[in-house]
Design a protein around this ligand. Structure first.
Ligand code: UDX
Ligand code: UDX
Length: 433
């Protein structure tokens, strides 16, 4: 079977490569010619563990190709996955213009029956909207099915998540579409991956519901952490105890400076807006978002208070700036929002991040980048562990203390036991401990 995947971002590139390793012939297309050029020269536009080899092997075996000829790809392939960006509009609603572009191009170049599969996260009802656009732009009576197959990949674990998903969600409104998708995902079916076969609208909403619930867990534990700060309780122990309850589960209960990324903030905001447009007030979604944006202010206030509310000209070192470890992605990173709020108050910021410095350079033009942890810490008045990269888990704290001017350590992902840091001569601040 021949497949086209439109959009080679985190979702499209990983899904397209994963599908090609099932033995399918996949053409990944993108409007961004630089990205396609990079991919055809054997380099990746994103950092994802294991992706490099997977792309190389499938390109070598001739199953995976990259092209910017979207029209050609649409004409040559019977199944077309849409994985283009669905960024937020200013008001939190979803910008579907890229998805609509692709739908129009499909309609204009329809040359056979097609199955269009939406992998991008799109508001409920988008599949029907896409189908109308395709039909409006095609002057032939070929049959087009539009299905919803949302992705649950986590950045930094995208390849692993593709091959070991908790479930595959297939939203279709025809037997034909369902059987083609079951055929495509058969390799996962054989390893007993659960398949959820449902309607298109249900599949579209499942994605928002999953992200909203995960984000709610994070905002919940962050509020518990803030209450721990007030009550002198320890959120790490509290989180562990909660997580041992099978009904709660121990994932996504780590307190910190909040959630970022290109998904949680965007998807929760979108579901709030979609609900409003349908006359429903998604109260939990709104609370999740306001707790999350408050968490950066909460962290800022801890820093400001430690400096007696005078951070002008103070040098603050950031360890980590990506929105989470194992990724170069800085979209909606709480670390960036925190750094910006400190710069606004006159602080001098030095940032070290293993992968994300390049992507952060526009947001943090006013900050200084550092070669490594020790370069960032040199003469700093305070150090902030903002993103819990593994390489930050065994720092030489006494050495860092010696090369710093100040003694403030803000462990904003609760990585270190307090006494390990205070024994090295620091004043230790965390979230909820
Ligand atoms: C994003 C969102 O994060 C995710 O929630 C949504 O489900 C899909 O879009 P991601 O892969 O991170 O996922 O998107 P992004 O990194 O923005 O890449 C999208 C790609 O589509 C870009 O490479 C862009 O060049 C390409 N694109 C965009 C097209 O090929 N055609 C278009 O018309 C627009
Ligand atoms: C998320 C969903 O996990 C994934 O299923 C969906 O497809 C896309 O969105 P991603 O955004 O890549 O994946 O990252 P994730 O690992 O979910 O973390 C999101 C944010 O939550 C990060 O900023 C992370 O630091 C934060 N987080 C996560 C916490 O603050 N505490 C936690 O316990 C877990």
């Amino acid at each position: 079977m021949n497949i086209a995947v439109v959009g080679t971002g985190y979702v499209g590139l990983v899904a397209g490569t994963g599908l090609s390793s099932f033995g399918l012939n996949v053409t990944c297309v993108d409007i961004n010619k630089d990205k396609i050029g990079l991919l055809n020269s054997g380099r990746l536009p994103i950092y994802e563990p294991q992706l490099n080899d997977l792309v190389k092997n499938n390109v070598r075996d001739g199953r995976l190709k990259f092209s910017s000829d979207i029209i050609g790809a649409i004409k040559k392939n019977d199944v077309i996955f849409i994985a283009v960006g669905t960024p937020p509009n200013g008001d939190g609603s979803t910008n579907l213009s890229y998805v609509e572009n692709v739908a129009r191009t499909i309609g204009e170049n329809l040359n056979a029956d097609k199955l269009v599969v939406n992998k991008s996260t799109v508001p409920v009802g988008t599949a029907g909207h896409i189908k109308k656009i395709i039909e409006r732009h095609s002057n032939k009576d070929y049959f087009v099915d539009v299905a919803s197959n949302p992705e649950f990949l986590r950045e930094g674990a995208a390849v692993r998540d593709f091959f070991h998903p908790d479930r595959i969600v297939l939203g279709t409104d025809s037997e034909r579409a369902l059987s083609i998708l079951m055929d495509i995902y058969r390799p996962l079916y054989l390893i007993e991956t659960p398949f959820i076969k449902t309607t298109v609208r249900t599949a579209e909403l499942i994605k928002y519901a999953a992200n909203s619930f995960l984000a709610a867990k994070i905002s919940f534990i962050n509020e518990m952490a803030n209450i721990c700060d007030k009550t002198g309780a320890n959120v790490t122990d509290l989180s562990k105890a909660l997580g041992l309850d099978g009904r709660i589960g121990n994932k996504f209960l780590h307190a910190g400076i909040g959630f970022g990324g290109s998904c949680f903030p965007k998807d929760v905001r979108s579901l709030v807006r979609q609900s409003e447009n349908m006359g429903y007030d998604f109260q939990i979604g709104k609370a999740v978002l306001s707790v999350n944006s408050n968490q950066v202010k909460y962290a800022f206030n801890k820093i400001s208070a430690a400096f007696d509310n005078d951070i002008n000209n103070k040098t603050i070192a950031f360890l980590g700036i990506s929105f989470k470890p194992e990724t170069d992605d800085v979209r909606e990173s709480p670390a960036i929002y925190l750094a910006k709020s400190l710069i606004e108050k006159g602080a001098k910021i030095k940032v070290y991040d293993p992968k994300a410095l390049e992507n952060a350079k526009n947001d943090l033009a006013a900050a200084q980048t550092a070669e490594n942890v020790y370069d960032a810490a040199m003469h700093a008045d305070a150090i902030i562990l903002a993103t819990e990269w593994n390489q930050f888990r065994h720092l030489d704290l006494p050495h860092i203390k010696r090369i710093m001017d100040g003694d403030l350590f803000f462990d904003f992902r609760n990585v270190y036991p307090k006494n390990k840091v205070t024994d090295a001569g620091f004043k230790y601040f965390a979230i909820g401990r």
